[in-house]
Design a protein around this ligand. Structure first.
Ligand code: FES
Length: 154
């Protein structure tokens, strides 16, 4: 009975090659996992500065609610302002009414400038800074509140 002689050195080199390949694969998977782990996955909500279109999108004499941004754009002649539509009571989105703004949640009422005229709201609606961006669009910054009655001159 004879068995084919196998060179011990070739089996050893094959096992060494497989071990090396397994080690390299393991290192590659570990490196990818570390990269994925280090990459931040957090989102921080909407940015505070954003563009809302060109001034011509807001004809003079209009009050246009931009629901996605929870703001109201007010245009009077060549002046423009942005008023928050976030109710100062508990944060519902107020709607535009004949007399100003009205909150559907608990009945707060605001006048055209956002002053409280009724309901549980503790303070008036915020006014945000708005200005023309270099590309000609209006840029709102909800981190920058301005005094009530502050309009941007177009
Ligand atoms: S959230 Fe607007 S009145 Fe309460």
């Amino acid at each position: 009975m004879s068995t084919s002689p196998e060179k011990p050195s070739s089996r050893r080199s094959l096992l060494t090659w497989f071990s090396g390949a397994a080690l390299a694969g393991s290192a590659a998977i570990s490196a990818i996992a570390n990269f994925v782990f280090m990459k931040p996955r957090a989102t921080y909500g909407q940015p505070s500065r954003y563009l809302i279109g060109r001034p011509d999108d807001y004809p003079t004499g209009t009050r246009i609610s931009v629901d996605a941004r929870r703001i109201c754009v007010v245009r009077e002649g060549q002046k423009l302002a942005v008023i928050s539509t976030i109710c100062t009571h508990l944060g519902c989105t107020v709607g535009i009414s004949d007399t100003g703004f009205a909150c559907p949640c608990h009945g707060s009422r605001y006048d055209q400038d956002g002053n409280v005229t009724g309901g549980p709201a503790p303070k008036s609606l915020a006014w945000y800074r708005v200005q023309l961006a270099p590309n000609g669009e209006l840029e709102v910054d909800t981190n920058a509140q301005v005094n009530q009655g502050t309009y941007y001159n177009l």
